[in-house]
Design a protein around this ligand. Structure first.
Ligand SMILES: [Zn+2]
Length: 133
């Protein structure tokens, strides 16, 4: 389960809409199941079907989180033209077993769909995303 508040959810959706028609990516910092910060990370790839988080930027973010005792609890990215389900590439490169993967689908930009998954050894399972105010 991942607990996120409405404004955090909106920040991710806004990031996805801002980058449309390209994918956006970023991380969620938090404690346990609780999201505390949404942190956009630059993608090295400009594409509607792929993303690649900039490694240096990610390292800096993780370093700063360590200083404030927050963990990376999820990675998020958008699917501008696909459903909110991990692509084969997403599954292949999901190296973090302990975190959640969030996908924001903009197939219908008026009604973005946000879903959360665990991806372990190529197996995708749905994770409950609890949105609170
Ligand atoms: Zn994807």
């Amino acid at each position: 389960m991942l607990k996120i508040d409405k404004s955090q959810l909106q920040l991710m959706i806004d990031h996805a809409l801002e980058r449309y028609p390209y994918e956006c990516c970023g991380i969620i910092a938090g404690e346990g199941a609780f999201a505390r910060q949404i942190i956009p990370v630059r993608s090295d790839i400009v594409s509607s079907s792929k993303y690649s988080m900039n490694n240096n930027e990610l390292k800096n973010v993780l370093y700063k989180l360590d200083e404030v005792s927050l963990d990376m609890i999820a990675v998020y990215h958008s699917h501008p033209i696909a459903h909110a389900y991990p692509s084969d590439a997403d599954i292949a490169k999901a190296v973090f077993r302990e975190i959640d993967y969030i996908i924001i689908s903009l197939l219908d930009r008026q009604a973005p769909v946000v879903k959360c998954f665990k991806i372990i050894d190529g197996n995708v399972t749905a994770v409950e995303l609890v949105v609170h105010s």
